[in-house]
Design a protein around this ligand. Structure first.
Ligand code: ADE
Length: 242
């Protein structure tokens, strides 16, 4: 079973929305998640996990020792013995792509570090990566905007990974024809009635001719991608030329 360990100051946020719909059906069946409170590793009377930044500036910084103690706790409790993949959610990270999500779907153990406040002391990463030179912390961002903490990005990441875990998506929800699966956006979708408020479903879709329908949808996907996200087509073109 796939295991996510989440290091957070707000463990009660998990599994949250992941307990619903397709990811919810697979919870405790194909995957599980354990949220660990960073405050339990504060190591002081007042359970303080943060302190003022050296050099001044806005916001507080999470102490390196707090996160390291939590990571060591996870390491010691890892019965399977395989090295977990440790990920820090940060707007400074590499942009999450379907390829990254697909790769992570094969990892058995994933530990997610969710920051809050201004940042985590940089020495946590320097120290951990020195100790785990063959398996350093992966820094991931879910987009070029700043959120209040790593919890929502962690949920987005988990959802995107789970969609590539065999059995999580039913046949009906298969991702083989989804947006981004082939580096393109998806074609439009229609359901009954065939005519609604004067708007008709494209005729090809009613023919039952699967070859024709496939060609129609491919063409539509190209037109939509060209109109809405021409950058994706350019990215694909470059990939092919590489
Ligand atoms: N934490 C705050 N903003 C973030 C983002 N855009 N991606 C990942 N982690 C974050």
């Amino acid at each position: 079973m796939k295991h996510f360990t989440i290091l957070t100051l707000f463990p009660e946020m998990f599994p949250g929305p992941l307990a619903h719909s397709v990811t919810g059906h697979a919870l405790n069946n194909l995957w599980r998640c354990e949220a660990i409170n960073l405050r339990d590793f504060a190591g002081n009377k007042h359970n303080r996990v943060d302190d003022e930044p050296f050099g001044g500036g806005a916001g507080m910084v999470i102490r390196a020792e707090v996160v390291m103690a939590a990571l060591e706790h996870v390491e010691q409790n890892n019965k399977a013995g395989d090295q977990p993949c440790v990920i820090h959610l940060t707007p400074r990270g590499k942009l999450l792509t379907p390829e990254i999500a697909k790769n992570l779907a094969t990892a058995q153990n994933i530990t997610l570090i969710c920051g809050r406040y201004e940042a985590i002391d940089q020495r946590l990463f320097d120290y951990y990566n020195q100790q785990h030179a063959n398996n350093p912390i992966l820094e991931l961002s879910i987009g070029d905007y700043v959120l209040s903490g790593g919890e929502l990005p962690a949920m987005v990441l988990i959802d995107s990974i789970l969609r590539f875990v065999p059995g999580v998506l039913g046949k009906e929800e298969s991702h083989t024809e989804e947006s981004h699966e082939h580096g393109m956006l998806e074609h439009h979708h229609y359901t009954r009635p065939a005519e609604w408020r004067g708007h008709k479903v494209p005729e090809t879709l009613l023919t039952g001719d699967h070859k024709k329908i496939k060609a129609f949808r491919e063409e539509e996907a190209k037109t939509i991608t060209n109109k809405l996200r021409p950058d994706l087509l350019e990215k694909n073109r470059k990939k092919i030329l590489e």
